[in-house]
Design a protein. Structure first.
Lengths: 111, 111
């Protein structure tokens, strides 16, 4: 079992819809959770982080964390074509906050 | 600098050649990480520095891989006797604490 699991997609949503991206993790001791966006050929860009159970909202993005279920999700409201990218879920493990990544979910927002 | 700077952006090496990849982190960032990203995968942790101390090198795939950060700022990842399986994007990242910022990466192709 991989430490961080994501559906690779592609996930296709129409413009203006809500995109829901999901991630599960295996280490119950994990404390910090991150969502990175990666455009093709570019480096990962941090878009959201969450440490506590519940929801955290930032503009069109909402991160949700459920530590009991070992589940993290990212909601993107009013999806735009510019949101089309691969979304990487990452969990901080060990000392120094080294990140363990999932394989990423490819999101396509269609006109 | 304003961001994490990596050089070269692209490197083609003949199998068996040694390569050196450079990373200049964000000024003042204590933590520096190297990750390897294969095509279609999430980044995989290689090694971690806190200032000049290499605190975790558990992700280095073999003794052909060596990293250093002698003055606690610029870091170099060296790969000796490159093999085809070393072909990947090598990402450097730095962090002042919780949040990690990635550089643009070096795409290494071993032919």
């Amino acid at each position: 079992q991989k430490e961080v699991e994501q559906n690779s997609g592609p996930l296709s949503v129409p413009e203006g819809a809500i995109a829901s991206l999901n991630c599960t993790y295996s280490d119950r001791g994990s404390q910090s959770f991150f969502w990175y966006r990666q455009y093709s050929g570019k480096s990962p860009e941090l878009i959201m982080f969450i440490y506590s159970n519940g929801d955290k909202e930032d503009g069109r993005f909402t991160a949700q964390l459920n530590k009991a279920s070992q589940y993290v999700s990212l909601l993107i409201r009013d999806s735009q074509p510019s949101d089309s990218a691969t979304y990487l879920c990452a969990v901080a493990t060990g000392g120094g906050n080294k990140l363990t990544f999932g394989t990423g979910t490819q999101l396509k927002v269609e006109l | 600098g304003a961001g994490v700077s990596q050089s070269p952006r692209y490197k083609v090496a003949k199998r068996g050649q040694d390569v050196a990849l450079r990373c200049d982190p964000i000024s003042g960032h204590v933590s520096l990480f190297w990750y390897q990203q294969a095509l279609g995968q999430g980044p995989e942790f290689l090694t971690y520095f806190q200032n000049e101390a290499q605190l975790d090198k558990s992700g280095l795939p073999s003794d052909r891989f060596f990293a250093e950060r002698p003055e606690g700022s610029v870091s170099t990842l060296k790969i000796q006797r490159t093999q085809q399986e070393d072909s990947a994007v090598y990402l450097c990242a730095s962090s002042p604490g919780q949040q990690t910022t990635f550089g643009s990466g070096t795409r290494l192709t071993v032919v």
